[in-house]
Design a binder for this molecule. Structure first.
Ligand SMILES: *[C@@H]1O[C@H](CO)[C@@H](O)[C@H](O)[C@H]1NC(C)=O
Ligand SMILES: *[C@@H]1O[C@H](CO)[C@@H](O)[C@H](O)[C@H]1NC(C)=O
Ligand SMILES: *[C@@H]1O[C@H](CO)[C@@H](O)[C@H](O)[C@H]1NC(C)=O
Ligand SMILES: *[C@@H]1O[C@H](CO)[C@@H](O)[C@H](O)[C@H]1NC(C)=O
Ligand SMILES: *[C@@H]1O[C@H](CO)[C@@H](O)[C@H](O)[C@H]1NC(C)=O
Ligand SMILES: *[C@@H]1O[C@H](CO)[C@@H](O)[C@H](O)[C@H]1NC(C)=O
Ligand SMILES: *[C@@H]1O[C@H](CO)[C@@H](O)[C@H](O)[C@H]1NC(C)=O
Ligand SMILES: *[C@@H]1O[C@H](CO)[C@@H](O)[C@H](O)[C@H]1NC(C)=O
Ligand SMILES: *[C@@H]1O[C@H](CO)[C@@H](O)[C@H](O)[C@H]1NC(C)=O
Ligand SMILES: *[C@@H]1O[C@H](CO)[C@@H](O)[C@H](O)[C@H]1NC(C)=O
Ligand SMILES: *[C@@H]1O[C@H](CO)[C@@H](O)[C@H](O)[C@H]1NC(C)=O
Ligand SMILES: *[C@@H]1O[C@H](CO)[C@@H](O)[C@H](O)[C@H]1NC(C)=O
Length: 449
């Protein structure tokens, strides 16, 4: 009897977790609907609850079940990546388990090697939601530079940004309708106030490589293009008297490069206007090479010291340690693991799936990309890369109330839930908070198919 119970218990537990894991219901998390439940404890960058990859890069501690849910964030490490014949080293975001020593970069959407220029293309096939390349490590002050060429034409946005788990953000954004203008912007804790945007002029960003740089210090921040400072932001100028805080990006952030559709037939009015109109999905690029694309040649990262007084109990990872304070004062450095045992795990018990899911664990370093990457001597039309989702990007609507708003911000590509193969989810931001377009990425669905 006793033996039987010992055997039965784990089976019941297992069944329960299978039932929970297979629940298709999408659970959201944000300031309005609140935090995630304990069975889907992690609040993703896109405001959806889950486990596995939801608990890694971008996992928002504020709206996750508790501070243990999100995994610790891999610490900054100096690096230089040359994206020459590099796509096979980029892990799929939805199978990656968090081992930053195995992969410096992850992707969603579709990426393609472009050997002619020894570079990586972030691609946006017809009707797709584009692509995002994210660093696996976080930078907590430091300097990051990207040598790249943007995409082009109305509605097509290219972005190079820093994005933290509590949604502090430092941006370069390029609107395809204006190739001589780099837009810079920053956000604090996801407060989408577009008045902080500022333009820097630059020679044709589609034809020419430029080095775009973000030099991020605790007290100030410089945006540089080809070594010239285009804009400086001082922390002391961001003081918010009503909260007594500095509305200054100040928490560990990942580096993200992306191409995304700002102008679709479902984009919000102001987004479309900002993006330079609706995308021509039959433009020459769509026929040859088969997609809109941005070209990334290299990225350098130099880390600065963490702020004086940071709580330090190790040297491997950052972690939020104060459930009421998500400024830099609430971040500590620890030795906590950043690696999940399986895609069913969360920060509660990161390694619990390790023995039973060793195959999925090992796939983190050798992630197979059956359709999303491609090597080739040219930007040749990709049969694989054109498997874009047919789901158009969905922006929020009802944001046309304030004519002074200029939408900006980084697109948030997403999938609706870990077990869902369904399409786009649109988060309805309130009327004054536009958008970021929300979309499903075909790669996400396939990763779980
Ligand atoms: C978070 O919740 C989990 C599951 O209930 C629990 O094991 C863990 O101790 C909690 N962590 C904190 C910091 O409260
Ligand atoms: C690209 O890298 C792979 C190994 O990752 C190698 O087999 C292949 O020959 C390389 N291709 C080129 C064009 O360098
Ligand atoms: C990265 O650093 C190397 C060596 O200093 C330099 O040659 C290269 O131009 C840098 N690239 C970028 C994108 O800053
Ligand atoms: C691009 O944007 C800059 C800054 O707003 C503006 O001066 C310029 O006229 C624009 N160019 C085009 C082609 O719209
Ligand atoms: C946006 O930021 C500006 C400058 O910091 C500030 O004056 C303005 O009140 C903010 N707007 C909103 C809606 O918070
Ligand atoms: C930046 O340039 C865009 C056009 O490219 C324009 O719509 C916007 O108003 C400019 N922003 C500022 C702050 O000048
Ligand atoms: C803000 O900081 C900058 C650079 O540290 C300094 O030059 C400036 O005087 C400061 N301004 C205020 C209002 O403190
Ligand atoms: C101060 O912070 C509050 C809360 O985030 C925000 O609503 C308000 O707009 C900020 N004020 C300014 C001047 O930016
Ligand atoms: C953190 O890990 C490093 C490397 O394994 C080790 O040298 C150090 O003693 C650890 N620190 C703590 C506080 O455990
Ligand atoms: C977070 O902590 C810092 C440093 O103690 C403090 O200045 C700030 O006001 C705190 N913020 C919140 C929201 O408690
Ligand atoms: C919007 O575009 C999609 C393709 O992305 C198309 O399937 C749909 O019919 C279009 N809807 C409208 C109203 O034009
Ligand atoms: C929170 O998520 C719910 C459900 O998706 C959505 O209706 C609401 O607008 C969101 N609120 C915010 C502030 O994003």
């Amino acid at each position: 009897m006793r033996g039987l119970r010992l055997v039965l218990l784990p089976i019941v537990t297992l069944l329960a977790s299978v039932v929970k894991a297979s629940s298709d219901e999408t659970v959201y998390c944000n300031g309005t609907v609140g935090a995630c439940p304990d069975d889907k404890p992690c609040c993703s960058q896109y405001g959806v609850c889950g486990s596995g990859s939801y608990c890694l890069g971008g996992c928002n501690p504020r709206f996750s079940y508790n501070l243990s849910a999100c995994m610790a964030m891999p610490i900054c490490k100096d690096s230089q990546t040359i994206f020459n014949n590099y796509s096979s080293k980029v892990a799929n975001q939805y199978t990656f388990l968090g081992d930053a020593s195995a992969n410096d970069w992850i992707y969603e959407g579709s990426i393609v090697d472009y050997n002619d220029e020894q570079a990586l293309l972030l691609t946006m096939p017809q009707y797709s939601s584009g692509a995002v390349l994210s660093s696996t490590r976080y930078m907590w002050y430091g300097k990051v530079s990207a040598r790249m060429k943007t995409s082009h034409l109305g509605g097509v946005i290219t972005a190079f940004i820093m994005f933290s788990s509590v949604q502090d953000e430092i941006d370069y954004e390029f609107v395809g309708a204006n190739l001589t203008n780099a837009q810079t912007n920053y956000y604090f804790e996801g407060d989408l106030n577009w008045t902080h945007s500022s333009n820097v002029s630059v020679s044709n960003t589609f034809d020419n490589y430029h080095v775009y740089e973000i030099d991020w210090h605790e007290d100030h921040l410089d945006w540089l293009i080809d070594g010239q400072v285009g804009r400086t932001l001082y922390k002391n100028h961001t003081f918010n008297a009503s909260t007594g805080q500095y509305d200054y990006p100040q928490t560990p952030a990942r580096i993200q490069l992306s191409i995304w559709p700002g102008g679709t037939n479902t984009s919000a009015y102001w987004t479309k206007l900002w993006a330079g109109g609706e995308i021509d999905w039959n433009a020459p690029d769509i026929k040859d090479p088969g997609y809109y694309y941005a070209t990334v040649e290299s990225v350098n990262i130099t880390c600065y010291d963490p702020p004086a007084g940071t709580r330090q109990n190790g040297s491997a990872a950052y972690r939020y340690v104060d459930s009421k304070n998500f400024t830099q004062a609430g971040v500590a450095i620890t030795n906590d693991t950043t690696v999940l045992g399986s895609l069913e795990d969360s920060g509660f018990n990161p390694q619990s799936g390790k023995s039973s899911s060793s195959s999925s664990a090992s796939s983190s370093s050798t992630s197979s990309k059956p359709f999303t990457t491609q090597s080739g001597a040219s930007k040749s039309k990709s049969t694989s890369g054109s498997t874009g989702t047919s789901t158009a990007a969905k922006g929020s609507s009802g944001d046309s109330s304030s004519s002074s708003q200029v939408p900006s911000g980084f697109v948030q590509n997403m999938k609706s839930s870990s077990s869902s193969t369904a399409g786009a989810v649109s988060l309805n931001l309130d009327a004054n908070k536009l958008l970021h377009a929300f979309v499903a990425v075909a790669g996400a669905a396939l990763a779980f198919a």
